[in-house]
Design a protein around this ligand. Structure first.
Ligand code: ADP
Ligand code: ASP
Ligand code: MG
Length: 416
């Protein structure tokens, strides 16, 4: 007998038929003798709709009220799935974040889980009941609902698996595992049987939405075994082929992977915007004058380039999340007197393309292959940033798919 957390994403619970199918899957897992807790996302499209309502009323809305609105999506699904399970004769009960409680810090709209009280849920599971937990939400120190940032149900699931001391956290989604890149834009992408925590962490942080970054960070820290699987297709019993031939992708320690590729995967993100402040007097302290106020306003800055002209001024270009762009503009306009820039330009039509692999630590030439491949396609690179196991470039958004496909081929990742 194992204790398993099963998480179902938005497309997996998109309508009542999908919810019935998920209920069937949960029931079969129970029948295999396992204890099960479930974490659900909102039905697909619902969170976007709720976010849209908040933005339409006010682009700089109060984050506490945003959380009060967007957390409702998951609450609906947790109740519906509990009903669907009960209809199949399974004892099930829905749980909102505050009822467990799933305690978070107070950073509304991007809260971090701090502690989960797992005891009551474990008792219920031991008695054969299935807790159906609303993902994406928690309870802040101000006793208000918080949410964990987009894609946060993955993190709810991993955190719950850690708190329940589960044997595994199965993330059910609309693709059958983690691929070398998004299989929706590169049909030749390959499914990876295993991927290292560190690689998945880096891929997630640069845009591979299959797992939320924080969920991978947490899995790595708490040693949670994460498996990514499809909730579509065969409704046959889990592990019908026996436990040696698990479907999907397991996220594991680097040394569990025998055949390491230099590049494990390629990710893209259209969630960033580029900001340039031009003709800033080039003196010590300018970077602090630009980035200090942004940090105080909780605007995360990612890639940065600075280029100094002959006239003693400098241009600073950097990226921020698209959702933070309005705030960034407001902050920089307010700080114009201190920074003394000539003008500010913004561009939201950009994409960040990243190649990731632990093999880069010991192999040179990954970056130069990237630059050559893009230049062969006449794709202009606007900003570059690197880490030990990653190279990222910023390009025009219209080249996203072309760039990802060309790089996937250039690193020999295409399926034969
Ligand atoms: P869910 O609603 O189940 O959480 P998401 O949309 O958040 O699903 O994540 C699944 C999606 O992630 C897939 O449909 C796929 O388009 C995308 N994706 C991006 N990169 C990858 C990758 N490397 N491997 C698999 N899927 C990826
Ligand atoms: N429903 C939330 C979102 O769309 C959380 C999730 O799906 O993981 O971001
Ligand atoms: Mg997701």
């Amino acid at each position: 007998m194992a204790r398993i957390v099963m998480k179902f994403g938005g497309t997996s619970v998109a309508d009542l038929d999908r919810i019935r199918s998920v209920a069937g899957r949960v029931k079969r897992q129970l029948e295999a003798g396992d204890q099960v807790a479930v974490v659900v996302s909102a039905m697909s499209g619902i969170t976007n709709q709720l976010v849209g309502y908040c933005e339409a009323l006010s682009p700089l809305h109060d984050a506490r009220e945003y959380d009060a609105v967007v957390a409702t999506g998951e609450q609906v699904t947790s109740g519906l799935l509990a009903i669907a399970l009960q209809t199949l004769g399974v004892d099930a009960r829905s749980w909102h974040g505050w009822q467990i409680p799933m305690a978070t810090d107070g950073a509304h709209a991007k809260a971090r889980i701090e502690a989960i009280e797992g005891g009551r849920l474990i008792e219920r599971m031991q008695g054969g009941q299935v807790p159906v937990v609303a993902g994406f939400q928690g309870l802040g120190p101000d006793h208000r609902i918080t949410t964990l940032g987009r894609g946060g149900s993955d993190t709810s699931a991993v955190a719950l698996a850690a708190a329940l001391r589960a044997d595994r956290c199965d993330i059910y989604t609309d693709v059958d595992g983690i691929y070398t890149t998004d299989p929706r834009i590169v049909p030749k992408a390959r499914r990876l049987a295993k991927i290292a925590y560190e690689e998945m962490l880096e891929l997630a942080s640069v845009g591979a939405k299959v797992l939320q970054t924080r969920s991978v960070e947490l899995a790595m820290k708490e040693r949670v075994r994460v498996q990514v699987l499809s909730s579509f297709g065969s409704d046959a019993a889990p592990y019908e082929n026996g436990r040696d031939s698990l479907p999907g992708t397991l996220v594991v320690d680097e040394d569990e992977i025998v055949e390491k590729e230099i590049v494990a995967g390629i990710a893209y993100s259209r969630d960033d915007a580029k900001v340039t402040v031009r003709r800033v007097p080039d003196r010590p302290g300018v970077a602090a004058a630009v980035f200090g106020p942004l940090a105080e306003a909780h605007v995360n800055v990612d890639m940065i380039v600075q280029s100094t002209g002959a006239d003693g001024t400098t241009d600073m270009t950097f990226t921020v999340g698209k959702t933070d762009l309005a705030r960034a503009i407001q902050v920089l306009q307010a700080a114009r007197g201190d920074i003394q820039y000539g003008e500010m330009l913004t561009d939201a039509d950009v994409a960040k393309i990243s190649v990731v692999g632990v093999g880069m630590r010991s192999h040179a030439g990954v970056a130069s292959t990237m630059f050559r491949t893009l230049s062969d396609r006449s794709i202009n690179i606007q900003v570059i940033s690197t880490s030990e196991i990653k190279v990222s470039v910023l390009i025009g958004v219209e080249y996203t798919e072309l760039a990802v496909r060309a790089l996937h081929n250039a690193y020999g990742l295409d399926v034969a």
